[in-house]
Every structure is written in C-alpha cells, then in structure tokens.
Design a protein. Structure first.
Length: 509
C-alpha cells in the first residue's frame, strides 16, 4: 500500500483493512442521499427547490444533480462551522494526504493560496517567491500587503519554459537578508509542480526553510495525484511543509473549482486558517463541489495507486510515440533531470516542444482544436501541454498522436532562431504590490508606457504567470513581449483594457 499515501506513520502499525473501510465512506454524499430520501419539503434556498424552479437545468443536468444543490442545514452540516459530515470528510482527507488538517475549498486553489499567505504573513512582511508564480500568488500579496523577494528566474535553454528555483539562489537570499537586522523573512513559497510538470528540489528547499525557521507554503495545484503513487514527485506534506493547496479538480477527479488546503505542524495554527477561510469564502457553499471532493478522495485513497500506474503507463507510451514525430520533443525525466534546478518530473504531463514544426504553441493549439477537435491544456510560444489522467484511454491518446503526426507532415519546418521572443527579464520593482494596486491610476497606451510604474498585472492565461506586476516598471522589453503575445493570439488577462492596447499606471509615474 506504499502509494496510498506517501507518508504513513512508522510509529503506529498500518491496518490496511481498517484504512479501506474508513475511506470507503463518502459522508457528504451519504448525507445528501439520506436527506432526499426523507422527502423534505423545502422552504429554504436555493430557490429552484430541487430543480422545479429551473426545468431547463433539470432536464439538461438531471434531477439528482439539482436535488443535491442544497444549502447548509443540520443534517448535511455547514462548511463555515463543520461539526458533522463535512468535519468527517475533512478528517478523511487529512488522513489520505498525510496532513494534520484538511479544509474543503469551494473557491478553487486560488482561495487556498490566498488563505495560506494571509495566514502566514502580514503587512510589509517579507516572503521569498518564484517569479513564475500563478496570478493567485500575486493577488495574495496584494491582499496581504506582504513584500515579495523574487527568486531569480531561469528559462530552460532548449525547451523555453521556466525552471524551478535553484536552492543555491534561495540560500543566497537568506545569507544576504540575514546580514540586515531590520529585515526578517517570514515565508517561502514554492510551486510543485509547474504548469509544465517540473518539480523543485523539494527536500533540499524544505531543509533550508526549517533551518531558517520560516513557513514553507506550497502551491500544488497540479500535484494532487502525487500523494498516491511512489513514482510521482515528492509532496509538500511529505517534506514537512506548513501548508499546501491542491486543485483536486485538475488531476484528482473532483468537479471544477473544488480544491483542498492541507496544514501540517504548529507553525500556522488551525484557528488562524479557519478564520481566514471564513473571510474569503462564500457562506453558500456548494454541496455539489464538496461531495465531489468527498468521492474523489475516496477513489484516490482506495484505488489511486492502481489508477495512476495505468496513467503512467499510458503517458510513457505516448511520450515515446511523440518523440518519434519529426519536429516534436516531449522531454521526460531523462532529458530534464540533469538540470540542477529540477528535482523531479510529473510523467503524466505531456509537455511538447513544437519549435521544430516552424509553428509556435499557439498555432498548434488552434490547429488541434480547429482541424482535429482536440483541446489541449495550454500553449506558449515554444510548447503545448496535454494532461493525462486516469480518465484517459489508449484510444484517446492515439487520437492526439495521429493529429500530431499529421500536423508534422504538413508543417513548414524548423523556424528561424529569432522567430520566438525570449521571456522578458524581471522588471525593476519600486513599490509594494499592494500600494501600487490601490494607488490612483491613469490609463495610457501600452506603446507609450515605457518607464511608468505598472498598476495592474499583465499575463497570458494559461499559465497565468504575470509578465509584470503592480509596482514594477514598464520596460521596452515588457512592452514588446506583450505585443508579441497579442500577435500570437495569446489570451491576455489582468488588464482593465481587455484589448491590451492600454495599461493602467500609477498616476504621476
């Protein structure tokens, strides 16, 4: 049962039969079933009342789904103060993922990242963060008022995607800051794994965090499946992180927007996280989302290792096939592990470098959707990313491989080396992100913004990594990169002007 959870207590004997009995329970789903079987007459919200008030939705989604769309009451518990079935579901999730506490999130992993940073840091307190963090990390910095210390970014020289932080760079930051008595670092934020499937040297960096006595906070949005198979990268709870957030809907099988927040140790208290979550989340929690977390947890705890073994077999086979297609490279552990920044790689993620086709990733994404009815997860200038989960079959992957072969056969060939722009460097930061975001702002054209202080985020989504953040100085390099993203057809977000023709800057800058 090694893969059921990667951290089973060595001090207590593990009872496989009892574990399976517990995790066969789905307390929230069971409570919903019992509630409906009682034939309750509803004089409460939601107003559609088991779907009777919205017949179109009932016909499309089915009566059982509409019947399960309820609001908090005694027999089905309340996420704001869980004392019954939700409390039990959270305890089961904590056990399955090797945490001290687990919290059901119905606002996505974004709310989990907001909660962990707000719980760990206050106004002006410093946190070390990777520059390629998701926009939710940056919005948490705005909400908390914390001051980021960016880990110097590095792009893979061959494949063009951001690499995880170098532990040596983190050591250097601590060494430099520790010499300044007026500055204290309170937290260290990591991504495990990135959108591209690369994971940091989690053990090494966790040891640095323990030595420096700071909270280790981990964005595991794409790593919920890591906890259930020994061939997958190490997990945040396994290495002793204080808090991590998991998008169960991405790779764990729950409904979209349903995530988990995990806590371990005594650095950040349970009461603190609960209070922060009460501020962030809606008071009308979705039982559809919560029951999907409950059932997904049960499936992973009982059958996760077997399901993921099949997933890994499929992904390994598909990677080998893709690497045989002219113009494409789908790097795996062998190609990526020699890099000193990479601790491990998620083999269920097909990160495919498409430069050799003479096309950029946005071109390939559009062609796959338009010509082959295939939707991949994301694209950038150099790559497309396809996610393989335990829902996939060999037949489905064969469809993708046939499409890539056909696309390769009719592609223009290797591009000029200067066709795709380099990822821009980190611009100078002259204001705290929160101060810049809440400052008075004016709108000017993107082309004329060189030298101004940016008052908003600009990013391509996915992956949602900001090109520039509030408080940073617009540079010619940033402007040209945003223009290149627009020309390539990337989806730009974060800007008040949805056309990305104008940018908001701090007034007077």
């Amino acid at each position: 049962m090694e893969g059921i959870t990667k951290e089973l207590s060595v001090s207590e004997p593990f009872d496989k039969t009892e574990y399976r009995k517990r995790h066969n329970r789905k307390p929230i789903l069971e409570a919903l079933t019992k509630h409906f079987e009682e034939g309750i007459v509803p004089f409460h919200v939601p107003g559609h009342k088991y779907g009777a008030g919205n017949p179109v939705m009932k016909e499309y989604f089915g009566s059982r789904m509409m019947e399960s769309d309820l609001n908090a009451m005694n027999d089905i518990d309340d996420l704001a103060n869980p004392l019954g079935v939700i409390k039990e579901a959270q305890e089961l999730a904590a056990e399955a993922f090797g945490a001290d506490h687990a919290y059901l999130l119905i606002n996505g992993t974004t709310s989990g990242i907001h909660a962990m940073i707000l719980s760990a840091l206050g106004q002006r307190e410093r946190i070390i963060v990777p520059r390629d963090g998701h926009k939710s990390m940056y919005s948490a910095l705005i909400l908390s008022g914390a001051s980021p210390i960016f880990i110097p970014p590095e792009i893979h020289p061959e494949f063009g995607f951001p690499l995880p932080p170098d532990p040596a760079d983190i050591e250097s930051i601590f060494s430099e800051v520790n010499q300044i008595q007026s500055i204290e670092i309170k937290g260290l934020f990591l991504i495990n794994p990135s959108y591209y499937g690369v994971a940091p040297r989690l053990d090494t960096i966790s040891a640095i965090a323990r030595r420096e006595d700071v909270a280790l906070l981990v964005d595991e949005a794409h790593g919920s499946h890591f906890y259930f198979h020994p061939d997958l990268p190490p997990t945040a709870m396994e290495v002793g992180a204080s808090v991590s957030a998991l998008s169960m809907h991405k790779t764990g099988g729950s409904l979209t927007q349903a995530s988990l927040l995990l806590r371990k140790g005594n650095r950040i208290h349970n009461d603190t996280i609960r209070n922060i979550l009460d501020i962030l989340r809606t008071s009308s929690s979705s039982y559809l989302l919560m029951s999907s977390l409950d059932t997904a947890r049960s499936q992973l705890a009982l059958d996760g290792e077997d399901l993921l073994e099949k997933t890994l077999d499929l992904a390994r086979w598909a990677r080998k096939e893709i690497n045989g297609i002219s113009g494409l490279i789908a790097p795996g552990p062998e190609e990526l592990k020699p890099n000193h920044r990479i601790g491990s790689f998620d083999e269920t993620r097909l990160t495919i470098c498409v430069n050799g086709l003479g096309l950029n990733g946005f071109d390939v994404e559009r062609a796959l959707r338009k010509d082959y009815r295939i939707q991949i997860e994301m694209a950038d200038f150099h790559t497309v990313v396809a996610i393989v989960t335990f829902a996939d079959t060999r037949e489905r992957l064969e469809t993708l491989i046939r499409a890539l072969k056909d696309l390769s056969a009719r592609s223009p060939g290797r591009p000029q080396l200067n066709r795709f722009p380099d990822h821009p460097g980190v611009p100078p930061r002259v204001m705290n992100p929160r101060d810049a975001f809440y400052s008075r702002k004016s709108r000017i054209s993107l082309e004329e913004s060189d030298g101004s202080i940016c008052g908003e985020m600009i990013m391509a989504y996915p992956p949602g990594i900001p090109v520039i953040c509030p408080g940073e100085v617009m540079t010619r390099e940033i402007i040209e990169h945003v223009q290149a993203l627009k020309e390539a057809g990337a989806s730009l977000q974060g800007m008040a002007d949805t056309t990305a023709a104008n940018v908001q800057i701090v007034e007077g800058s």
